[in-house]
Design a protein around this ligand. Structure first.
Ligand code: HEC
Length: 126
């Protein structure tokens, strides 16, 4: 009984701390990325036309498909791309780059620690 209690409180603690960093990642994502990326595809044509970057839902669909839903690979890709974007690395459709231009590197805007939290959040959320 005592052992069970220890195990469940340890699990509760783990869930809490994991949940905490995901929440932090969500807030950081909202602060650092949503100036350009919306989370979902806008509902109206007008809103679609005023986008300045692809919605994260679509970005993550491409990233997940490219890596066969390997979350670790997705996280590594997001971390690298955000700091060192290039046409060669891009997984999204080439039309997206024609339309929006290449993403500017976020070096100096987002710290490696923040990016770690953001990419973990994105991999967990999509
Ligand atoms: C100044 C606007 C801007 C900001 C800020 C921005 N992005 Fe982007 N991002 C873009 C544009 C434009 C594209 C599409 C072109 C491309 O893929 O380079 C893009 C594409 C991406 C892609 C897909 C790359 C691909 O083609 O496979 C990822 C992943 C991404 N952004 C992550 C992020 C993250 C994470 C942040 C926040 C830390 C962020 N972006 C902030 C403009 C931005």
């Amino acid at each position: 009984m005592k052992k069970l209690l220890y195990t469940s409180s340890a699990m509760f603690f783990l869930t809490l701390s994991y949940g905490g960093s995901i929440d932090e990642g969500k807030i950081l994502f909202e602060n650092k990325c949503t100036a350009c990326h919306t989370t979902t595809r806008p509902a109206t044509l007008e809103a679609m036309n005023s986008l300045i970057a692809p919605p994260m839902q679509g970005v993550m669909r491409h990233v997940n498909m490219a890596f066969g839903y390997d979350k670790k690979a997705a996280i590594a890709f997001i971390k690298d791309y955000t700091l060192n974007p290039s046409k060669e690395k891009a997984l999204c459709m080439p039309q997206k780059i024609d339309r929006f231009g290449l993403m500017p590197s976020q070096k100096g805007v987002v710290s490696p620690e923040e990016l770690d939290k953001i990419s973990n959040y994105l991999a967990a959320a999509y």
